[in-house]
Design a protein around this ligand. Structure first.
Ligand SMILES: Nc1ncnc2c1ncn2[C@@H]1O[C@H](COP(=O)(O)OP(=O)(O)O)[C@@H](O)[C@H]1O
Ligand SMILES: [Mg+2]
Length: 233
């Protein structure tokens, strides 16, 4: 199997005025192509910081992070932007949809960023919405959707440009348990079908059974990597 993500001795310090926060203290982690890895751990342990570095949104203090063999923090800002827009999909905790656009338009945004015209991008957005079971809400403004529907639109948007790596920050935290499980099974299905690597941050134990492996974090470190079976014991 191919390695999708390889982090070596990653550290991250935040300097907020007088006090320094050490968010990551030496992360070593490999994620394989086609794998669904869950990153679990208490609030403040560094989960969002880690996936933000992996997705090229934040820069580490030391150590390296390769995505499909590319040391992403070696790239120029423009090259990084191009790399991310081709290779990485990010599902944010707070959906980050544009409320004044329809679902199909929101999903088409990554294609418009790559230069596709509005009409074609929106039509492809509509197709992608079918895969998450939301074709009937394609023309609705995203502000009129329920939380579960908005999260499915956000997932469709993260997947539309066929990224090889998808990173999701607590995608089920704002959802009830039925919608949470539905979102996880959509992610799992798509990752198996598209053979991409998926990293999902969660502290919702109900989602563990969808993972191939679960990395447990605490205080900026990965304590252990276990199977869903071990996690639920
Ligand atoms: N931009 C920032 N400036 C200062 N401290 C930050 C910043 N982002 C995160 N932190 C701190 O880094 C630590 C890890 O945060 P985070 O990665 O958000 O944790 P998690 O996602 O596991 O809840 C926390 O102590 C948090 O307060
Ligand atoms: Mg977080």
């Amino acid at each position: 199997m191919k390695i999708a993500v390889s982090c070596k001795n990653l550290t991250k310090k935040f300097d907020s005025g007088s006090n320094e926060v050490i968010a990551l203290q030496g992360i070593n982690l490999d994620v394989m192509d086609g794998e669904l890895l869950i990153l679990a751990g208490p609030s403040g342990c560094g989960k969002t910081t880690l996936i933000s570095i992996i997705a090229g949104i934040l820069t580490q203090t030391s150590g390296t992070c390769d995505v499909y063999g590319q040391n992403i923090h070696d790239l120029s800002p423009l090259a990084l932007c191009t790399f991310r827009s081709k290779m990485i999909g990010f599902v944010f905790q707070a959906y980050n949809l544009v409320p004044t656009l329809t679902s199909a338009e929101n999903v088409g945004i990554p294609l418009m960023i790559q230069g596709m015209g509005h009409h074609e991008a929106t039509e492809q957005g509509r197709e992608m919405l079918k895969k998450v079971g939301l074709e009937d809400r394609a023309d609705a403004f995203s502000s009129t959707l329920s939380g579960g529907q908005q999260q499915r639109v956000a997932i469709a948007r993260a997947l539309i440009h066929s990224p090889r790596l998808i990173v999701c920050d607590e995608p089920t935290s704002a959802l009830d348990s039925e919608n949470g499980l539905r979102v996880m099974s959509i992610l799992k299905d798509l990752s198996m079908r598209e053979k991409c690597a998926l990293i999902v941050v969660t502290h919702d134990a109900r989602t563990y059974s969808f993972a191939d492996r679960i990395a447990k974090m605490e205080d900026g470190r990965i304590l252990k990597i276990i199977s869903p079976h071990e996690a639920l014991e």
